[in-house]
Structure formats: C-alpha cells, structure tokens
Ligand binder design. Structure first.
Ligand SMILES: N[C@@H](CCC(=O)N[C@@H](CS)C(=O)NCC(=O)O)C(=O)O
Length: 229
C-alpha cells in the first residue's frame, strides 16, 4: 500500500497543516474528523493483515498525523511542538512494532532529523509516511545480525567530519567498508550519481530493500551509536 501526498492531511515542518484539498474556512474541522476516523479504520485493517515492518510503521505515522490534524483543527494544524505530540502518541505503537522500547526523546530527535532531511532533499511533495517509516526501521529495528543492512562510508581521511565518523566506527566496533573517494574514482562517481554532490562523509546503508544514503556526520554518528545499542 502506498501513501501519497494529498491523500492524507500533512503537517509541515513549521507546524502548519496541509489538507488534501483547499476547503473553504470552516470545512477543515469536518474534513479532519472524517480523515481521523478513516485513518483509525484503515490502520486497523493494515495492521491486521500486514507483517511488513515498514508498512506497519507507515500506517502508525499516518494514523498519528490524522489524529494530530483532528486535535489541532481549531488552529488549522499549527503546532510548533508537533514532534513532542507525535512522540507521546506514537511511543507505544512504535516500540511494539520495532520490538524495543523507544524513549520520547529518541523519537523527537529522529522526527526532526527526518523532516529536515525530507524538506532539504525532496521538498514537501515527497510521500512522507514511507520515508519516515524507512528511517525509523533503519535506525531502530532490531534485525538479526546477519540480516542487518551493510554499511559503507564514503570519505577521505583529511576531512575532519569524516574523522568524527571514523572515531564513532572505532568506538562502536561497527563493521563498515571504507570507500576513499579520492583513491578510488568509482566511489566518487557513485556518490555523485546518488547524491548529486560529493560532500563527505556519507554512509551508504544497503538493506534487503535497497540503498539509503545518509549524509551529515552528526546523523551518521547517532545512527552508529543507536545501531550498536
Ligand atoms: N555538515 C557536514 C559537513 C560535511 C563537509 O563539509 N565535508 C567537506 C569535507 S570536510 C566536503 O566534502 N566538502 C566538499 C564538498 O562539499 O563538495 C557534515 O557534518 O557531515
């Protein structure tokens, strides 16, 4: 099942609410109520028949978004503290789906990081529930060691941000293939093709459902620490 932009109420990073159509003033409340109730029903059927982790996470995010739209109808979804609200609502569901206890702080930090990356890399048109689900699955899912995504770091040693990541790799004892982008031109070419730029460090996370390219040393260090438990 695909969740696409425009099908559901969408909360932007600034807390404002995007609704699927552009209703006249006064119709928002009814739309949000309808959307919320439909989401509860949809989630029930999605959860019942769906064993895929990413789809379960996406369904949880959609339900939370609709509950948020309903709760903040009076102010058209404006809520500067949206991530805290989501964390409170989602803590139990995400912990259950992922099979580990997440703190609200972990969820809040992750939500803000994903939203920043989404808007910076894709813009608001990106179908967000799948993106959020993929990040949470990558960050927190307790895979069996052999099923864990394979990691490769695009880097060069003179880069201070890369050094931060190399230290985190050493500190956490994580197995990461190092791909020097100046020693091996193909690595640089691959990075350029995937990201449209060659800024490093970038962690390439290869799971059973493909590649994810994680830029930003801070995010990479956090990912490595979370993964190491
Ligand atoms: N905010 C980034 C900074 C990364 C960065 O500035 N990397 C430099 C090397 S230290 C780079 O790749 N510059 C060349 C470029 O952006 O193409 C991070 O923390 O990872």
């Amino acid at each position: 099942m695909q969740f696409t932009h425009g099908t559901y109420a969408l909360r932007h990073a600034d807390g404002s609410l995007h609704l699927p159509t552009n209703p006249a003033k006064g119709e928002h409340r009814e739309m949000a109520r309808h959307s919320f109730l439909a989401g509860i029903r949809a989630r029930g059927s999605i959860m019942a028949g769906n064993t895929d982790l990413k789809e379960q996470l996406a369904a949880a995010f959609v339900t939370a978004a609709e509950a948020h739209a309903f709760a903040f109808t009076q102010v058209d979804g404006k809520d500067d503290d949206w991530a805290y609200w989501y964390a409170k609502i989602l803590q139990q569901a995400l912990s259950k789906i992922l099979g580990r206890n997440l703190t609200r702080t972990q969820i809040v930090i992750c939500l803000f990081a994903i939203e920043d990356e989404r808007l910076a890399r894709f813009g608001a048109e990106e179908p967000w529930p799948q993106l959020y689900a993929e990040h949470f699955r990558t960050m927190f899912a307790s895979d069996e060691p052999d099923n864990r995504p394979k990691l490769a770091l695009y880097y060069y040693p003179e880069c201070p941000y890369c050094q931060r990541v190399l230290k985190a790799i050493a500190d956490t004892g994580t197995e990461v293939e190092l791909r020097h982008i100046w020693d091996e031109p193909q690595h640089r070419t691959d990075l350029q093709a995937a990201r449209g730029r060659t800024t490093v460090p970038v962690l390439r996370i290869t799971g059973s459902d493909g590649d994810r390219w994680m830029p930003e040393s801070t995010d990479i260090v956090r990912y490595l620490q979370e993964r190491a438990g």
